[in-house]
Design a protein around this ligand. Sequence first.
Ligand code: MG
Length: 369
Amino acid sequence: MVVINSIFVLSCGISIVTIRTELEALEVEQLAEYAAKSCDSRGRLRAESPDVIRPSFHRDRDRIVHSKAFRRLKHKTQVFFSPSGDHYRTRLTHTLEVSQVARTIAKVLRLNEDLTEAIALGHDLGHTPFGHAGEKELNKLMPGGFNHYEQSLRIVEVLEQDRKGLNLTWEVRDGIAKHSKGKDGAPLGIELSRRASTLEGQVARVADMIAYVNHDIDDAVRAGVIGVSDLPVRLLEELGQSSSERIGTMVSDVVNETLASLPDVELRMSNGTLNALLKLRSFLFEAVYENTTATAEFQKASDILGGLWDRLHERPEPFLDKRTIEFEGMDTAVCDFVAGMTDRYAVETYERFFIPRPWVSLEAGKAEV
Ligand code: MG
């Protein structure tokens, strides 16, 4: 039996329809004309047989969830370094909230939810330990610079599966590569070269910002870095008093504006809501991300990464990947290793390298008399 263009062809020459081909046909029937269809994907980096059950974007989503880099997000900082409370976001829960917001928008616009979710779940895989402080430090250390979205792409294309990569479809990789906005970038309406080619990728980009602006305010209030009374009153009046109300306002705005703009194929947001969202982000940068109290521990985090960077260059074994050292150089091998660390693994490794362990007597264990 062989598989040709999503249909099983038995050795006797008879073709049979698979569950996947039925699901692909449902996509064509039910999704909007402007949605990305699995059967029209530009394909993978390496050719491989399609799955019997899952269309390609669904398969990509599953590959991301099963990746090691995805599991590590659990112990990576979102905003607050290793907070003691159980209710603070981590990079993993941020990712799940982005995925939820993105799926809601995709569902209402009749876009491909599997593709949207795959991009949302994969967008932050390349984040360093210690959040943006870690990214800033690695950007200084790595010749040529470093940013998390390029590293997310490197993880899915090269590093996962013992350097075989996840072999994801072009559309998922395109969405991951173009999700980042930085401090001043707009979530939508950007020039074509920086815009995801699919609407699903554009949804993941705007959902990232809707999610983090709202949950970071929630965490900053929880942490006592800001009080509810510090939040800009006019913006709350416009967007909603609670996180839930604000997310609802933003999601409805994206959906309504985009539907009103059809047959254009660009994600839209009204000027009023977009400006309010951007102002809320500016407020967060000033009051939280660059707040000296909230970021006091981050200087130490930067020192840890600097120390690890130097020591790993001196002592690459047993930590670094020999193939990366040979083909791409020591800096890239160190950068991959450090960027992949969770917060706690970075601290543990730093302690192992630089902090002397308490002496344990050789006689320990013998009964004292
Ligand atoms: Mg993100």
